[in-house]
Design a protein. Structure first.
Length: 314
């Protein structure tokens, strides 16, 4: 067997496709591109983050990791736990997709589902992080990699995601739109743009009701997008622009993408597409606009692609 065939599933993280969206922007004179992070082995951009955090840690077989997740990082760390021989405890809230929980459990993760948001703030993320702290206190040997403060995420997306975009496009894009939650992805992209002195306009796409980048708290229904607390990573960042998209507009754009490009984006992907539509009048003809689709819609078939769920919740 030659060395090129001797790979493990870890080696399949990254190098995701960059595809041109010719139908979604059919009437517009811009070049719209999508970085398809669902092609990572765990189905999302969080595979990059998880692998980078684990690589930067001193984890060994037999160790115990506790982390909070809205879903995608949970799957990614569940994979890493199998490959690294350690035990993973994941704290989730009721907004998590049920097949995501099943996926994590199939990989051997121990899933802790909280049932109440934080009493003071009403936020699920705050409650999840409190439960993580409780578990770490109950399991003294446990460690938390803490995706909300771990700068390995910046390195993953500077050296991976943004480097790949520029190489695949053959030039720096004029615009880059990234949905934000922990802000690891956009942080890494901003690092690359600054390091290479690029003119790329990096735009954070946040949820209405998210407190990131001076946002105002409010009710949010879509997991993995926006935040009810200001992450330590986000305090280090200054996106060139911030656009806030409400839940229903995110769903409408995601569904439009499915019907025009035969691509089902996840919830945050719908928001990024809606942000592009909002920006179109201000974008110069011929501009290269890149969006990052963090995951796909397979995890959201019972939510944002379900008419009954949308009518009940939005």
């Amino acid at each position: 067997m030659d060395s090129d065939s001797n790979h493990s599933s870890v080696d399949t993280v990254g190098n995701t496709p960059l595809v041109k969206l010719v139908r979604f922007a059919a009437d517009e004179k811009i070049n719209l591109w999508a970085k398809m992070e669902s092609y990572n082995p765990g189905g999302s951009a969080k595979d990059r983050t998880a692998h980078a955090m684990v690589a930067a840690s001193s984890l060994r077989p037999g160790d115990i990791v506790v982390e909070s997740s809205s879903g995608n990082l949970g799957i990614a760390l569940s994979r890493e736990a199998v490959l690294g021989g350690w035990t993973f405890h994941c704290v989730v809230d009721p907004r998590v997709n049920r097949n995501t929980v099943t996926h994590m459990k199939a990989l051997g993760a121990i899933v802790h589902e909280i049932t109440e948001p934080d009493l003071k703030t009403g936020d699920w993320l705050v409650a999840r992080r409190r439960r993580v702290a409780q578990l770490c206190a109950q399991i003294p040997e446990a460690v938390c990699l803490d995706q909300y403060s771990n700068t390995a995420a910046f390195q993953a997306h500077e050296q991976g995601t943004m480097t790949e975009i520029v190489e695949q496009l053959g030039r720096a894009p004029d615009y880059l739109l990234v949905a934000v939650s922990t802000t690891g992805t956009i942080g890494g992209c901003l690092c690359y743009v600054a390091a290479h002195n690029l003119a790329t306009n990096v735009i954070a796409v946040d949820a209405e009701g998210s407190v990131l980048f001076d946002g105002h708290p409010g009710l949010r229904h879509l997991p993995g997008f926006g935040a009810g607390m200001v992450s330590e990573l986000s305090k280090q960042l200054s996106p060139h622009q911030v656009l806030r998209i409400d839940d229903r507009t995110s769903v409408e754009a995601a569904r439009k993408m499915a019907r025009t490009e035969a691509i089902l984006p996840g919830a945050s992907g719908g928001a990024v597409l809606a942000a592009v539509e909002r920006l179109w009048p201000d974008i110069a003809e011929g501009s290269d606009v890149v969006i990052i689709l963090h995951d796909d819609g397979n995890k959201y078939l019972d939510t944002i692609y379900s008419d009954a769920w949308v009518e009940e919740n939005l």
